[in-house]
Every structure is written in C-alpha cells, then in structure tokens.
Ligand binder design. Structure first.
Ligand code: HEM
Length: 493
C-alpha cells in the first residue's frame, strides 16, 4: 500500500533525522544534547521520523500539525514511551489515562481547579511563599531549585490535604521527584526495558524513589480513609474521597483511583511549577533591565510588603509578562508522547495505528517563524499591541485541547505570587563563577540552581519584614545568556 495519503491540502515536508544508532536509535543524540537535537529537527521536515531505541516515532515540528494532534485526542491518545512509563508510576489517573476514561476523571477533578476556587487559594500561596524565604539572610547562598520545589509541593499539599506537608516529607518528596524525573527521561528516549532491569545504582535509585513517593502518598491518604469522620474536608482529597464513597454508582471511584489522582496531582503540580519559578529567577538575574522593571512594579503594587492577594494579581502586569516569557523560553513540559489509536493522516502522510508521535513545546516556542529572535528572553514581546498573532499550536506551555493542563490557573497564580513577593524583598544573584547548566529530564529547568540573596535596598521598609539582616557586600557575576540550545547535557539518568 502506498504510504502517501491522497491529495494533501498543504505542501507539508516530511523527512528523517540523521544519525540513527543500532538499538539506541536517536537516543544518544536526545540524551546528550536534547535541546540542540530538538532545534535541529525542523530542518528535516514538518513531520520528522525518529527512532526511540528500535521504535519508529514521528516528531511533529509545525504548530498547525501539533494543533491537529492536540485537538484530536481520540486519535492521538496518551501513550508512547513517556506515558507508558508514567502509567506504571502514577497509575491510570487523569494525566495518564486513555481517552475513553478521561472525560469522567476530568469532570471529577475540574471543580477543584475552577478560577474562583484558585483565587480563594491565593492567600495560602502567599503564606507558603513567605515561609519559604523566611530564613533567608543577606549574602546567603540559597538552593533556589530546592526551595521552589518545597514551596510548590507544600502549596499543592495544602490544596489536596488542607494541611501542608511537613518539612521532612517535603524534602524527601523533593529527592524522590528529582530521581524519578531524571530516570523517566532516559526511559522515554531509550525505551528498552532490559536496560532498566539491570541493577545499576541509577536503576536502583529510580526504583527506590518511585516506591518512596508512592509510600508518601499512601500515608497521606491513609489518614483520611473514605467514610471515616474528617474525610469531608473542603479540599481536593475530600472531593475524591466523597466520590470513592460513591452514592452514585456510575460515578463511584475506587481507592486505587483516589491514589492515582493524588499521585498525579503531586507529580504534575509540584515539579513543573517549581522549575518554572527557578527558571524565572535564573533568567531575571541575566536580564537586569527586566528585573529592574519588575522591582518597580512590585514596589508599587505590594507597597506594604505583604504577599499579593487575589485583587493584586491583575495589577502585576510586568510580572505576568516575565512569567509568560519564562514559559515560552523554557517550558517545563518540553517533550510529550502520544500514540495513534487508528490509522490516520498527518502532514499528508498515512500513519499506522499504534505509532508513537511526539510534540515539543520547546521546539515550537523556539521557532523563529512564530517568535522572532526566539532564543532571546524578552518579556516585552507580550506587551499589548506588540504581542505577535501567535498561530494556534505555537505557544503551548500548558498544551491545548481536552488534555490541556488542568492546573494552569493554579500554577499561574502560584508563580505570580511567588515571583512578585520574592522580587519585592530580594534580588537573587548568581554566585561568582556560576556556570549555566540546563538539565532537561522528564521536565525542563534548573535543578541545582544556587543563588545569592541580596535584600532590596530600594524597598521602602529598607529590609525584608523578618528580623534584622546582616548586609553583605556582594559581587555580582557578569552572567551571560547561554545559547538556549547549548549546555543542555543530561546527567545522572
Ligand atoms: C508551570 C506549571 C505547569 C506547566 C508548565 C504544566 C504543563 C502541562 C502540560 C504541557 C500538560 C499536557 C501534557 C501532555 O500534553 O501530554 C499538563 C497536563 C496536566 N497538568 Fe500541568 N503544568 C503545570 C502545573 C500544573 C499544576 C500546578 C497541576 C495540578 C495542581 C497540574 C496538573 C496537570 C494535570 C492533572 C494534567 C493532565 C491533564 C489531562 O490530561 O486532562 N499541572 N500540564
């Protein structure tokens, strides 16, 4: 049978990426310089054939085609190496389940993510941000990546369980999440199971971290078994446990599903938001003019020095442009897989059932046809009037269609509160000798970013609101913008 579909409406280009290794396929190129490899692909076509290990797969490189994939979730279903792995780890929750199970699950969780509910959580987000940097002292080196992950884990912990996770649990969750997302990436680009059964230290670390993460979630749920007093709290777990009690048999869910949903929300909610925040502070330190304008804005909007409330968020317009540009420049969700559930036509090419299809927000966000000078961090590209007419499918940090991120509003509120409050009181600097390293794994962003905190002298109160601070003269590094596609080696998988 001819592989060409009849009468393509558009002159799409298809091609094959060079450099296929036996057994590993393009795994080595993907593993060693993933961002560079991704950015090289559009040169070979709008739809480019790859090998993930021995498996054939297609990378969709044109926004219009990505839009087609995301809008047809029945044909391009969650599957392929990333979701096959995630399913073993997270179970069949809303993020990993197949199309036919998705509608019911999404309907169950959606009320927890409505705008009004998220707005009501702005205060708790502010409390957690305030507490995350309470111990910072002038001149201190802080592990920004770890702080942001602890912050986002505690915020999602409160949304789920009402109580925040205690510091020791949040720290353990941090270690486990880091090990799991690193391991997941390698298992996605080289999906050869036999390699991961060998008891190497990295494989053991991955397994141990997965088991511990599951245990943390189980312990949190065990405290509030369905049907027991206290289960009906007004939080996401309360919603899930009420559904598990199941007055409506058709909608009733099992305890196992409760666990998958909780696990999914912690995994999806904590990791991406924290990487987005770490990237924002990293990029701001490299772009003093954008940082200065951010400071001017937060000094006015947050003149009292307190965290932003829900009414402040619409006034933080430059903060939101910084956030949008961070999500464009370095989307935490940078690579996803799908699997075709039937033969279909994409870019005029017939794709058989069961084919792995990939899409990458990173690749699309760095397409010069959609974003002039794409490697430049430039929040003003989002100014009203200046924002380009971004074609559908070109700017998709939260994806699109029915599998679009359920936590988008939640994540944007949390990130706006955190950036604004921290920028109101602190300037974060790279320490002298800092070398930029982006380490893409299952998600993208700095995982070991250490910065020096300098209290904002411009702040009307002179110092951050907590205690006297020792002021230390700091040398700021003449940091430079790394090539967006360079320095992106993946370590420790
Ligand atoms: C900056 C932060 C975040 C980013 C960039 C992000 C990005 C994404 C993306 C790109 C997807 C689609 C994945 C795909 O197409 O395969 C997704 C799905 C999802 N995200 Fe997020 N996310 C963020 C924060 C959150 C938060 C805070 C939560 C929950 C509290 C969350 C929960 C989910 C869930 C449950 C899904 C699956 C939705 C479905 O399939 O119906 N995310 N996210």
């Amino acid at each position: 049978m001819s592989r060409a579909a009849p009468e393509p409406k558009h002159a799409w280009r298809t091609g094959t990426a060079p450099g296929i290794f036996p057994l590993l396929g393009h795994g080595i190129a993907f593993y060693r310089k993933p961002l560079e490899f991704l950015n090289s692909l559009p040169a070979y076509g709008d739809l480019v054939e790859l090998r993930l290990g021995p498996r054939r797969a297609w990378m969709v490189c044109h926004p219009e085609l990505v839009h087609q994939v995301l809008m047809d979730a029945r044909t391009f279903d969650k599957g392929g190496p990333l979701y096959d792995r995630l399913r073993t780890l997270l179970g069949d929750g809303v993020g990993t389940c197949r199309h036919e199970a998705h509608r019911r699950q999404r309907r169950l969780l959606q009320p927890g993510f409505r705008k009004a509910r998220v707005a009501a959580q702005t205060e708790l987000m502010g409390e957690e941000v305030e507490s995350a940097c309470r111990e910072w002292r002038a001149g201190q080196e802080v592990d920004v990546s770890a702080t942001m992950l602890t912050l986002s884990a505690r915020v999602i912990g409160r949304a789920l369980f009402s109580d925040s996770l205690d510091a020791a649990t949040a720290a353990e969750m941090h270690r486990c999440l880091v090990a799991v997302v690193r391991g997941l990436f390698l298992r996605t680009v080289v999906p050869v199971d036999a390699l991961f059964r060998v008891p190497t230290p990295a494989n053991r670390r991955f397994r141990h971290a997965s088991i511990r993460l599951r245990a943390i979630v189980d312990a949190a749920i065990a405290e509030r078994r369905p049907g027991e007093p206290g289960t009906d709290r007004d939080d996401l777990l309360g919603v899930l446990l009420a559904a598990a009690r199941g007055n409506d048999a058709a909608e009733a869910i099992t305890e196992r599903e409760v666990r998958s949903q909780v696990f999914t929300l912690i995994f999806a909610g904590a990791e991406s938001t924290s990487l987005c925040l770490a990237s924002a502070f990293d990029l701001l330190a490299r772009h003093p003019e954008d940082e200065r304008r951010l400071h001017s804005e937060v000094d006015v909007v947050l003149a009292q020095g307190r965290p932003p409330g829900r009414d402040d968020l619409p006034r933080l317009v430059h903060t939101q442009r910084v956030l949008t540009e961070t999500l464009r420049h370095r989307p935490p969700g940078w690579l996803f897989t799908r699997v075709t559930t039937k033969e279909t036509v994409l870019a005029g090419y017939r794709i058989p059932q069961g084919t792995t299809v990939l899409y990458s927000p990173y690749l699309l966000h760095h397409d010069p046809a959609s974003f002039p000078d794409p490697d430049r961090f430039h929040p003003d590209r989002w100014l009203p009037g200046q924002a380009p007419a971004v074609p559908p499918g070109a700017m998709i940090p939260f994806a699109a269609g029915i599998r679009k991120c359920i936590g988008e509003t939640f994540a944007l509120a949390e990130a706006t509160v955190a950036i604004a409050f921290i920028a109101r009181h602190w300037r974060l600097r790279h320490p002298p000798g800092h070398v930029a390293r982006l380490r893409p794994a299952a998600s993208l962003g700095p995982r070991d970013l250490v910065m020096v905190c300098e209290p904002r002298s411009e702040s009307p109160s002179g110092t951050p609101p907590w205690g006297a601070l020792v002021s230390t003269a700091l040398t700021t590094t003449g940091s430079h913008e790394p090539r967006a596609a360079g320095g992106d080696h993946v370590h420790d998988a």
